[in-house]
Design a protein around this ligand. Structure first.
Ligand code: FES
Length: 574
């Protein structure tokens, strides 16, 4: 009989004496494994596969590749499911369950006899949720994403989900695209499994894995169906066994320097505004503060290098052929902490030493950027004392400094009831304001910040207006859209006090958003203000409303910040 090592969590679990050890071994043997398997480091494969999540539907294939790598390196792989959050099929918004998924991941890592874990993720929320949970559990971990979809095609046009879903729907609604063509495009816009292939939230967060050092080089851009992704997964299986043996934990990888590297990459990619919520949430699990001003500071010194939709021209498949995230990181080295440790066992600089730009129109050099500063700006002012964010790289240049009359919608119901009303008092120069769509107000801070242009203006050819809300927006969206206004309106932030007819000034060059209403009048309105009725009194949504923090704190639950690392030799209680 093989002796079980007591030097690991799994060793103490399977090597225990008495009825507990007898039971642990007997039940594992029921699946066809024997003592020799149990003597190896146990690697959990935490899989967010789901048939209700098209972006993650191929993760079983990647899990098999990871298992091959784990066996090759002398480990023992065991796969288990966690909640899978898909953007398309979840209602009202996947963000409502990101923290639930993070809790699921953390607790299952903590509760099971694992020595290391591979986290298989892909769609928008699955990546930050896994990182949050893994950071709090702090067991050796590598994140493997599923990769982007192939480019969409329609009669020679390259299409991208879901930037073109919105653009083409706006054209259809404006009457410039016929119904038959609109329906035909459905057949070719989403051609494979994988996450949306523009630089949306999933592309952004999965690219961040390389800068954070918690994913292998290539993780960000290798297409979902490219065999290189299977090989990357197999490689990750081999590496996690080494990390588990060496006891290298996420807290040694996800340092302040790693987060600064991630923000630098975010700015150079023109990445999603959602990263400004997710990165502070992940960092908060390790007691690392990422104040919004740090994003401005890094954006101010980081050139926009990647020519990626929705702000630029190309998509993730093109980025991969152009050299991928390693080539972008190599250009950024002068601005990065190149000595940051990564899961390869090497530094970030060593990981990208041999990377090359293969297409300089997709990835610009440091000497020839698309623009000298990053694509995001944090705004402040009396309308957003705790900050707001705009992706100015995807905005209309002529609206970046704009003063207009507010047209206010009280909530989503009000918006839906009036936005296409032909009698709506609105012009193209007005500023559209939407309230009660923040973390508490949504609840869940839905991606509705890019709410539609009023129908009558759309028909006149208007395609962008200044829109302000406490919501988020999809990273695949575009427009002059001010998001994440904090504090949010549902808890009495200044956005709650805006009335139709007020003047609002957006001044991106000076990073300012100002409500031109004097303090006396604002005090009068505040005295009259009543918080909205809570939308639920029970269940998980009630827990969410009671404990969610504001956007600058990452919308994590107040009781989940920080970590509670599992002990390397302590077995879970049985
Ligand atoms: Fe999953 Fe777009 S729907 S990334």
């Amino acid at each position: 009989m093989t002796n079980h090592s007591n030097a690991s969590r799994s060793g103490t679990f399977f090597g225990e004496s008495g009825v507990a050890g007898f039971t642990h071994r007997a039940f594992l043997k029921s699946m066809g494994f024997d003592d020799a398997d149990m003597a190896r480091p146990v690697i959990g494969i935490c899989n967010t596969y789901s048939e209700l999540n098209n972006c993650n539907v191929h993760l079983r294939d990647l899990a098999e590749a990871v298992k091959r790598g784990v066996w090759q390196a002398g480990g023992f792989p065991l796969e288990f499911p966690t909640i899978s959050l898909g953007e398309i099929f979840l209602n009202p918004t996947s963000m409502l369950w990101r923290n639930l998924a993070a809790m699921d991941t953390e607790e299952m890592i903590r509760a099971q006899p694992l020595d290391g874990v591979i986290l298989l993720v892909n769609c928008d929320k699955t990546t930050p949720a896994a990182l949050m949970g893994a950071a709090s559990a702090d067991l050796p971990a590598i994140v493997v994403s599923g990769g982007p979809m192939l480019n969409g095609h329609y009669k020679g046009q390259i299409l991208g989900a879901c930037t073109d879903c919105r653009r083409l729907t706006a054209e259809f609604n404006a009457g410039t695209l016929d119904k038959a063509t609109y329906r035909e495009i459905e057949d070719g816009i989403v051609r494979s499994p994988g996450h949306c292939m523009v630089m949306g939230t999933a592309s952004t967060m999965n690219s961040m894995l390389e800068a954070l050092g918690i994913g292998l080089p290539g993780t960000g851009a290798i297409p979902a169906v490219d065999a290189r992704r299977l090989r990357l997964a197999e490689h990750a299986g081999r590496r996690i066994v080494e990390l588990a043996k060496d006891g290298v934990r996420p807290s040694q990888i996800l340092t302040r320097q790693a987060f600064e590297n991630a923000i630098t990459l975010l700015c150079a990619l023109g990445g999603s505004t959602n990263a400004v919520v997710h990165l502070p949430a992940i960092a908060g699990r390790l007691d690392i503060e990422l104040p919004l001003d740090l994003f401005n500071e890094i954006s101010g010194r980081t050139p926009l290098l990647a020519n990626m939709r929705p702000s630029g021209k190309y998509q993730m498949e093109d980025l991969h052929y152009a050299g991928g995230i390693p080539a972008v990181l190599k250009q950024l080295l002068p601005l990065l902490h190149g000595d940051a440790l990564t899961v390869t066992g090497k530094t970030l600089a060593e990981n990208v030493a041999n990377a090359r730009i293969e297409n300089p129109d997709v990835i610009r050099s440091f000497a020839d950027p698309i623009q000298p500063e990053g694509g995001l700006t944090i705004l402040r002012g009396n309308l957003a004392p705790d900050g707001a964010v705009i992706k100015h790289a995807a905005a209309s240049p002529k609206l970046l400094h704009h003063r207009g009359r507010a047209v206010v919608f009280a909530d989503m119901d009000d918006l839906q009831a009036r936005i296409n009303d032909p009698d709506l008092d609105v012009t193209a120069d007005d500023v559209l304001v939407l309230k009660h769509v923040g973390p508490v107000g949504g609840p869940g801070m839905p991606e509705v910040g890019n709410f539609p242009i009023p129908g009558k203006l759309l028909r006149q050819g208007v395609r962008d207006m200044v829109r302000i809300s406490d919501a988020r927006m999809s990273g695949t969206a575009f427009g002059t859209i001010v998001l994440h206004v904090a504090p949010e309106s549902a808890i009495g932030g200044p956005l709650a006090l805006v009335e139709s007819g007020d003047a609002i000034e957006l001044d991106v060059p000076n990073r300012r958003i100002h409500l031109h209403v004097d303090d006396i009048e604002l005090a009068r309105r505040r005295a009259r203000w009543q918080p909205p009725a809570q939308k639920t009194t029970r269940g998980y949504t009630k827990l969410f409303i009671d404990h969610v923090m504001q956007a600058p704190d990452g919308c994590d639950f107040d009781f989940l910040r920080g970590s509670d690392p599992v002990h390397p030799t302590e077995q879970p209680k049985f």
